[in-house]
Ligand binder design. Structure first.
Ligand code: ATP
Ligand code: MG
Length: 264
């Protein structure tokens, strides 16, 4: 379990995460007392690791230990609240690994069309939609893009699984456009249900309760208030949804927003 050594800077976003240097590299860290709730950390760990098992491009994830002395010594390690601020909690937090040394690697939240076209793994957005439908991600899909030194193309990495399982609710209120990436251009290659393979079949055939249970077992229980029953109920529902993903994709296809312009 990597130990946090230094806070580098605050990141944008509702969870008020921090880029931190840790014993084995750099991570974007979300704290248990973030304004979106502690379960967001559980969702990140479970969601990101499930997506990785499906073969999707995700950051490496870790449970990061943040000690009191680091928080005491770092004025910036606070959460801004409506009124005032609170100290970030010490203990076990969620870390999403930064794709390289931050000083050498520029990471983008959005790319203009021309650069988006130069992204080598755009079809992974189709796979990620399979994942987001399965887990009922109630946020739009989010990705970061980076280019390694010397490379001409960009790579997309899927981040922010905090609102999978409907954030802290742990239910599944499906809606046609949930989980869709705002830039429909990434779905231009979609011609039919086959465009969502091999991920669709992997959800249906491989993601059984031994897989979800094993990953869930790595979640620090504090992240869900030690409520094992709630976790079990959520995982049961997730299992039952494995065969529903096809239908959910059809509903997105038929929606008036037409996210898949080339699927006739
Ligand atoms: N693994 C990572 N590598 C590099 N940058 C990252 C990584 N994870 C997150 N970030 C950056 O940190 C920002 C905040 O991350 P994220 O979207 O997960 O947090 P959030 O607070 O939940 O945001 P939101 O307001 O969308 O809910 C992102 O916009 C992205 O720029
Ligand atoms: Mg986000």
């Amino acid at each position: 379990m990597p130990l946090a050594l230094e806070q580098i800077r605050k990141m944008r976003g509702g969870a008020q995460s921090h880029l931190m240097r840790c014993a084995d590299g750099y991570y974007v860290v979300k704290f248990q007392n973030n304004p979106q709730g502690a379960r967001i950390l559980a969702n990140e760990l479970l969601g990101t690791r499930l997506a990785a098992r499906l073969g999707l491009p995700t950051p490496e994830t870790a449970v990061i230990e943040v000690r009191d002395d680091l928080i005491d010594d770092t004025d910036d390690l606070v959460i801004e609240l409506g009124r005032g601020r609170a100290r970030c909690h010490s203990g076990l937090q969620f870390g999403s690994r930064y794709p390289g040394p931050p000083a050498e690697m520029v990471v983008y939240d959005f790319l203009p069309d021309e650069q988006l076209r130069q992204t080598a793994n755009l079809s992974d957005f189709c796979g990620m939609l399979v994942f987001d439908k399965w887990t009922c991600n109630t946020n739009g899909r989010q990705a970061i893009f980076y280019r390694s030194p010397g490379e001409s193309c960009y790579w997309a990495v899927m981040i922010d699984q905090g609102f999978c399982f409907n954030a802290c609710e742990w239910n599944f209120p499906d809606a046609p456009l949930r989980g869709i990436y705002a830039r429909h251009r990434v779905y231009e290659s979609v011609r039919g249900m086959d465009s969502f393979e091999p991920w669709l079949t992997r959800v249906e055939e491989r993601m059984d309760d031994s897989v979800t249970g094993e990953i869930a077992g790595d979640i620090p229980p504090d992240w869900y208030g030690l409520d094992m029953d709630a976790l079990e109920r959520m995982l049961d529902q997730l299992q039952r949804r494995r065969t529903r993903v096809r239908d959910l994709i059809v509903q997105a296809w038929k929606s008036s927003a037409q996210p898949f312009p080339n699927w006739k």
